[in-house]
Design a binder for this molecule. Sequence first.
Ligand code: SIN
Length: 504
Amino acid sequence: MLCHLTARRVFIFKQFMAARYLSLVQEKAFVNGVWTEAKSGTTFDVVNPYNQSVVAKVPDMSTGDAEKAINSAYEAFRTWQNVPAKERSSLLRKWYQVVDSNKEELAKIITAESGKPLKEALNEVLYGNSFIEWFSEEARRIHGEIIESPVGTREIMVVKQPIGVVGLITPWNFPIAMITRKAGAALAAGCTCVVKPAEDTPLTALALAKLTEEAGFPKGLFNVVTCSRDNAPAVGKLICESPKVAGISFTGSTNVGKLLYKQCAQGVKRIGLELGGNAPFIVFDSADIQKAVGGAMASKFRNCGQTCVSANRFLVQENVFDQFVSMLKQEMVQQLRLGDTTKPENNLGPLINQPQLEKVESIVKDALQKGANLHVGGNRASSVGPLFYEPTLLTGITPDMRCYNEEIFGPVVTVIKFKSEEEALDIANNTHSGLAGYFYSSNMAQVRRVAKQLCVGMVGINEGIISTAEAPFGGVKESGIGREGSHHGIDEYTFIKYLCVGNL
Ligand code: SIN
């Protein structure tokens, strides 16, 4: 009898979870607090990269639809900018709580539309939600200052105010975290948002919108405009150029980032760009090689290498080169399991789409044609699924190879041998990118020197995973402008106003 009751409860619970999942998979965009179709009535398919099944159809919105979202955020800003920080904080806290209560379902949505293994998707939900939590706390710490005036009858006051409506253009590789890292900060500062998620992964953005509804957000605060690859350039341009939008935050490719930067120039918009990386991962002779291999696996294979901060070029000092390569190969063969990403035993998913698969494949072919040595992998893993690529390890890398200069964004490790610290730094810094860099060393003087000399915005020292809500995320050179996360993240969404109080 007891057993029967338990089985029934489990059944009811499973039904409930399935219904919850379905209620979060929205097939309409979210504008001014209303679930909305495109004016044209057209939709586009959201495809599961694991098996190419159509997960859902969402509105293919055009500039007219996006305009409505901007107007709604503009209206909402009139009120939201004056809502006391404590109330903004409480509302964000509620959003954090509902996201937390729905984390399993959100992870399933991420897996379904991005192909990210379920366990990793759940970690992304926790990571993404940590930004909402963090900024719910930071909302109450946006301080001004009083500066001593040179004139006795005056007071110099400095206040920080929200910039206004912000356009958040987000990528497919972290469908939740790249939205919350921006929107959390923007809403905390008193801004309102128009989110344009990547064409490949709009469902997570819509699920987040659904949860803003459940958290009790006022209408217009958080809008989501979905559109296909065809409409994306025009919608992006409108968001950048609309006089009602005060700022843009974009995470994605360097080429698109440069285009948006140009489009924002006309209106002299505030812009935050988090663009491509080409992260060096340096292993010095003095390093703990076991730890370096662990860090390399974590950094390289997170989200199948489709991460801006992923190690892209492994530079290994000559005395430990063979040991590092052989240990890394062993780990790759033993640890990485490709397959159905909803199954917990699989930890390496497919690439996001066909162009990405072809790019990775052509980078490997180019290296092999130019004389690289293949240790493992080197082919599509078509027996697993149409977009899978084998974890691949290459040495004998030379500067004329594409993998030496380009961001790979796939499960491909390229290892370069170096002799001296100076040579390693030369190779590491010889790129237009400067997002993250990593190195392993147990020589403290070297740690200090190399940390200073790497031309990047973030450095992992004896550490392969560095992202966290508490730390400022961002790059130098062509990797971007501005910082996300940490208390600096709020600054992207506020401006400083100087008040001169005279005749006192
Ligand atoms: C990215 O790849 O764009 C973000 C990665 C992270 O937040 O760690």
